[in-house]
Design a protein around this ligand. Structure first.
Ligand code: PMP
Length: 461
């Protein structure tokens, strides 16, 4: 058997890939017809492909490479840990130093009163943990009827059966028997698409109050928790109106509903603070973490849990855990990643310098004829593509057709920008410089211009 390497011709790699590798969230036939782009290396914010292109990764992989690519310190820590203790679990009365050190550090970084961590291998697994943990918590508190978890339409919380049920994506629910019982979805605070004639503030309040209505309809004694991202990511980087979170917090407090903040994207500096909950001013009982925890260098996720929940759960046996919960190599790499984020002042720099710079450039895209709204918090942003800004109109083509055209233009211009429907989104590595932000914006404008020309040529607007 011949070794498959970076030096093989792209077409050969693509053919082998299409023949054997099934891709997540991708149509296999499209991969077979067009061939996937083969990424061979990366440094800082730049990816390299097998044809030698230098591509600016404005998505930080899947929102995760917060410290940027190519940090050899993490490779060295991983190699050292693999030599010392490549694997051991923390089931059945054992532990190890990487797990102790990482959980202690996370307790330091987390908001006050959240000093306990249950580890998983990913964000999906961590949200599955959360489903079982909140229901078990209420069982142990003598309130076993509190089972329902309320989430939102168009939310993304993972791809496993549990976390995919928490998510509110209809395309996902249509496949594989989801949602599981006792998950309920309310509306999302997406003012552009759903706010009608309301002001963003009134709309934000109305959407938050759907939580109270749902609790009243089902009965307070049935509702265990509400889960949401501080800022919706995969749903399209939807920044909630300022009225939304204070009202959600009030309702959770009033009815004793646990608040789960899914920080998988927002955590570890993405919004300019360690956690999106701080940026949005909320007090969660559980925070889901993954992605930026290790900057994607190792697969690791977890649940940071309040002292109250941990005390209750720890008083019995929680029959739950994964082979790779608190994996020593992943934990050691995550700890090194947190050291770099902290000691290099990366999050402070985002908050004080680069995020305000990006915001000014991003919001200037509103001058483009295709762009109707620009949202941005820290290093996560979206623009909405529209044929008519004043009426907030949608394109006549199927949702996502125009977004796809724009994404393909970005790709051709060596910029990774993702589309969610007809919204274009970014989430670059936190280490992006002002010069690289200029390049990102130049490539985005060129791609928007080309997309605009295509739409006009084809009579799509
Ligand atoms: N929650 C959120 C908010 C996410 O964005 C994601 C991944 N995009 C997940 C959970 C699931 O994480 P993972 O892919 O690591 O399972």
């Amino acid at each position: 058997m011949n070794a498959i390497t970076n030096h093989m011709p792209t077409a050969e790699l693509q053919a082998l890939d299409a023949a054997h590798h099934m891709h997540p969230f991708t149509t296999g036939d499209e991969i077979a017809a067009k061939g996937a782009r083969v990424i061979t290396g990366a440094d800082g914010v730049m990816l390299r492909d097998s044809d030698g292109n230098q591509i600016l990764d404005a998505m930080a992989g899947l929102w995760c490479v917060n410290i940027g690519y190519g940090r050899h310190e993490l490779a060295e820590v991983a190699a050292r840990q693999m030599r010392e203790l490549p694997y051991y679990n923390t089931f059945f009365m054992t532990t190890h130093v990487p797990a102790i050190a990482l959980s202690q550090r996370l307790a330091e970084l987390a908001p006050e009163g959240m000093n306990h961590v249950f580890f998983a291998g990913s964000g999906s697994e961590a949200n599955d943990t959360n489903i079982r943990m909140v229901r078990t918590y209420w069982d142990m508190k003598g309130k076993p009827s509190k089972k329902v978890i309320i989430s939102r339409h168009n939310a993304y919380h993972g791809s496993s059966v549990g976390s995919g049920s928490l998510g509110g994506m209809s395309g996902m629910h249509a496949q594989g028997g989801m949602p599981i019982p006792d998950i309920h979805h309310i509306g999302q605070p997406n003012w552009w698409a759903e706010g009608g004639d309301m002001t963003p503030e009134d709309f934000g309040l109305m959407r938050a109050q759907e939580l109270e209505q749902a609790i009243n309809e089902m009965g307070e004694d049935r509702v265990a928790a509400f889960i949401a991202e501080p800022v919706q990511g995969a749903g399209g980087v939807i920044v909630p109106p300022s009225t939304y979170w204070p009202e959600i917090q009030r309702i959770c407090d009033k009815y004793e509903i646990l608040l789960i903040a899914d920080e998988v994207i927002c955590g570890f500096g993405r919004t300019g603070e360690w956690f999106g909950s701080t940026t949005m001013g909320i007090r969660p009982d559980i925070m889901t973490i993954a992605k930026g925890l290790s900057s994607g260098y190792q697969p690791i996720g977890g649940s940071i849990v309040s002292d109250e929940i941990a005390t209750v759960i720890n008083s019995g046996e929680f029959n739950h855990g994964y082979t790779y919960s608190s994996h020593p190599v992943a934990s050691a790499v995550a700890l090194e990643n947190l050291r770099i984020l902290d000691e290099e002042g990366i999050i402070t720099k985002v908050r004080e310098t680069t995020a305000p710079y990006l915001k000014s450039k991003w919001e200037a895209l509103l001058d483009h004829p295709l762009v109707g709204e620009a949202n941005i918090v820290g290093m996560m942003g979206s623009i909405v593509l529209t044929p008519h800004k004043e009426s907030r109109a949608a394109f006549k083509s199927d949702v996502g057709t125009v977004g796809y055209i724009c994404r393909e233009r970005c790709f051709a211009n060596n910029l990774v920008m993702r589309h969610v429907g007809d919204r274009m989104i970014i989430s670059p590595p936190l280490v992006i410089t002002e010069g690289e932000i200029d390049t990102l914006i130049e490539r985005a404008v060129k791609s928007l211009d080309e997309c605009h020309a295509t739409l006009k040529r084809d009579g799509m607007m």
